[in-house]
Design a protein around this ligand. Structure first.
Ligand SMILES: C=C(O[C@@H]1C=C(C(=O)O)C=C[C@H]1O)C(=O)O
Length: 168
């Protein structure tokens, strides 16, 4: 990791960015459980009221951060999760998969995991906001995300999630 840290970031800075990437990965890692629960129940992958609720929540919790940035970031995390859910369900459909025997309950077991990550992500955004537009940060995120942000079939969910950081 140290070799890829650009001169514009301290090691401590790079560790804060890593922490954000780890949280993005942890959120994406929940998507297969969501996809399974919805596969069994037949519920739609997209749940706009649930997304709206989270967005309203994060904007009020994100004091000091630009609300437009926070919304954009979380919308990208939803979009990444949905892209991964879609890829998985497309695969299961192609395989002619039956329902899964054991799935976690979406409301009782799975969404609470996402809800626990939300404030942790907001904290990580606070700690990294001023680092995101430094020269070299973009390349650092690219390199590190390949190791830290997995949970993903073809790289598309990861790309969508990282676009939410708005790093140019
Ligand atoms: C993860 C879910 O699926 C989708 C993605 C969401 C998210 O990432 O938080 C929220 C609602 C759904 O559009 C879910 O329904 O909980």
């Amino acid at each position: 990791a140290c070799q890829s840290v650009p001169p514009s970031l301290t090691i401590a800075d790079s560790e804060q960015i890593d922490q954000l990437l780890i949280l993005i990965d942890q959120r994406l890692a929940v998507a297969p459980q969501v996809a399974k629960a919805k596969w069994n129940s037949g519920a739609a992958i997209n749940d706009p009221p649930r997304e709206k609720l989270i967005l309203e929540d994060v904007v009020t919790q994100a004091d000091g951060l630009d609300p437009a940035f926070v919304r954009k970031f979380f919308q990208a995390q939803f979009d990444a999760s949905k892209a991964l859910q879609q890829e998985l369900q497309d695969q299961w459909r192609a395989e002619g998969r039956d329902k899964f025997d054991q799935v976690a309950d979406l409301g009782r077991d799975v969404r609470p995991v996402l809800d626990k990550l939300t404030p942790q992500l907001i904290t990580a955004l606070h700690r990294t906001r001023s680092l995101l537009n430094r020269p070299g940060t973009r390349d650092y995120i690219e390199t590190r995300s390949l190791q830290l942000v997995r949970g993903d079939i073809d790289g598309k969910p990861r790309r969508i999630a990282l676009l939410g950081l708005g790093v140019k």
